[in-house]
Ligand binder design. Structure first.
Ligand code: ATP
Length: 347
């Protein structure tokens, strides 16, 4: 099997299982984000892939070769950590060329490679500057350039952008994605920021409590979440508890909704409906409506957000300024949940 294969990986620390049975295949050239809340096991999984932690069980294979017992320095992987770990007493060029120096490459080769990598990360001509004189974003690029110095087989990054301010972080997300597309290198990034994962990844791996809950392209994770945790973690959603009334019909607080998703024969389910799919109207002029009362409305410029109390549940609806409904807080309204936008999840 070509690419990276994680085969039933487990990591235990004493009585705590940090990663449970992680199984995943990552084909070459993918940009993968390991995404989940703090403590869900993302870093532990990345460290096992890097060879910095030994799995308690399971195997790691790359292009069919079992590398589980191979030391980190023999894996040909490039790594960037949150701390960046640059050498403050060395110049930019010396930092980038460091991995080449310890592999015995000549001074000329080191210099040429440092210049090539600096161009790649859009910082040409700074090789002789001390690292300590650079901005946060520039240091980030130097750490990335250094990790790419030996043309690694795999590029691993642990929360690489978390120390940057929001604007710079967004810009770096796009740069990192473009760099990865240029190089075609398989890249795995740990992040707890779902927007960051949606921006960069071809494959989002959502984790919770040590388990992989879903591994899929970003839009699929958003539109077809595997369960209520994923639906809630990725973007905003409305989760409604329901009971199957008939095939394709679900009783929820406040009424009954039709859905196009397949429904189980009976029992309880959860409906996930994204706020941008929910609409609010003053008169009941469409199907799949529930009655409610507007509790709050805010105009955010690019969008309008409404909160509606539907049978005691707080429902969020987002409209464009053009589609803004003519309602205000306190109004009795009808809230539409389009059948095709209701994702049916196990309760
Ligand atoms: P964060 O986003 O906060 O870094 P994470 O998802 O990367 O979280 P991990 O760092 O992988 O989570 O930790 C997963 C679990 O394993 C946590 O409960 C953590 O306390 C525990 N853990 C991690 N490393 C060790 C260790 N060396 N010894 C004992 N427990 C550990």
């Amino acid at each position: 099997m070509s690419g990276l294969v994680l085969d039933h990986l487990v990591k235990r620390y004493g009585g705590l299982t940090a990663v449970h049975d992680a199984t995943l295949t990552i084909p070459h050239g993918r940009f993968v984000c390991l995404l989940g809340p703090s403590g869900c096991g993302k870093t532990t999984l990345l460290r096992m892939i890097a060879g910095l932690d030994d799995p308690s069980e399971g195997k790691i294979l790359i292009d069919g070769e079992d590398i589980t017992a191979k030391p980190a320095h023999q894996r040909d992987f490039g790594m960037v950590f949150q701390s960046l770990a640059l050498f403050p007493h060395l110049t930019v060029g010396e930092n980038i060329a460091y991995p080449l120096r310890i592999r015995g490459k000549s001074k000329d080769e080191q210099r040429a490679e440092a210049e090539r990598l600096l161009k790649l990360v859009r910082l040409p001509g700074v090789a002789d500057r001390p690292v300590s004189k650079l901005s946060g974003g520039q240091r980030q690029r130097i750490a990335i350039a250094r990790a790419l110095a030996l043309s690694p087989r795999l590029f691993l990054l642990d929360e690489p952008l978390s120390a940057l301010d929001a604007k710079l972080r967004e810009a770096m997300q796009i740069e990192l994605k473009q760099l990865q597309q240029t190089l075609g290198i398989t890249t795995i990034v740990v992040t707890h920021d779902q927007r960051e994962a949606m921006t960069m990844a071809d494959l989002v791996v959502v984790m919770s409590a040590g388990r992989i809950l879903q591994a899929a392209p970003p839009v699929e994770v958003y539109r077809r979440p595997a369960n209520a945790f994923v639906a809630d973690f990725i973007g905003m959603t409305n989760l409604l508890k329901g009971k199957i009334a008939a095939p394709g019909r679900i009783d929820v607080a406040g009424g009954t909704l039709s859905v196009t998703d397949p429904t189980p024969d009976g029992g309880e389910v959860i409906l996930s409906v994204r706020p941008e799919e929910v609409s609010v109207r003053a008169v009941p002029d469409a199907p799949n409506l529930l009655p409610g009362t507007v509790t709050f409305l805010r105009d955010l410029g690019a969008s309008v957000e409404l909160r509606i109390d539907v049978a005691g549940q707080d429902i969020v609806a987002v409209a464009t300024p053009q589609d803004r409904p003519a309602v205000k807080a306190g109004d009795a309204v009808h809230v539409r949940f389009p059948a095709e936008a209701c994702v049916v999840l196990a309760s």
